[in-house]
Design a protein around this ligand. Structure first.
Ligand code: FES
Length: 101
């Protein structure tokens, strides 16, 4: 079953910035890039490093550990779309960002 969980205030995540979240034990990274909000699992599928602190480039993030790059829209590793981080749907309402769990 899925449900929306309020994750942050919209103003908490400025352009080009990220905010790590723990929502009911799910480690999520909220990112704003190109004016869009993205929410991805805050764990790299390579060797489990947190993705927070990675480099945001356009609509992708580079893992801070070994530079694997993931598309923020799909979660796909750019070198192989068979490897993905989980992507969460987001919505903004009344200045609050919610994530679909
Ligand atoms: S742990 Fe992310 S690239 Fe190695």
């Amino acid at each position: 079953m899925t449900s929306w969980a309020i994750a942050a205030s919209e103003s908490d995540v400025k352009e080009g910035k990220m905010k790590p979240l723990d929502i009911g034990g799910e480690k999520i990274l909220l990112i704003r890039s190109g004016g869009e909000l993205f929410a991805i699992e805050n764990r790299c599928p390579h060797m489990n490093c947190p993705l927070q602190g990675g480099i945001i480039e356009d609509q992708s993030i580079k893992c801070p550990c070994h530079n694997w790059k993931f598309d923020l829209r799909t979660g796909a590793y750019v070198a192989s779309d068979k490897i993905k981080v989980k992507v969460y749907e987001t919505q903004v309402k009344d200045g609050k960002v919610s994530v679909l769990l």
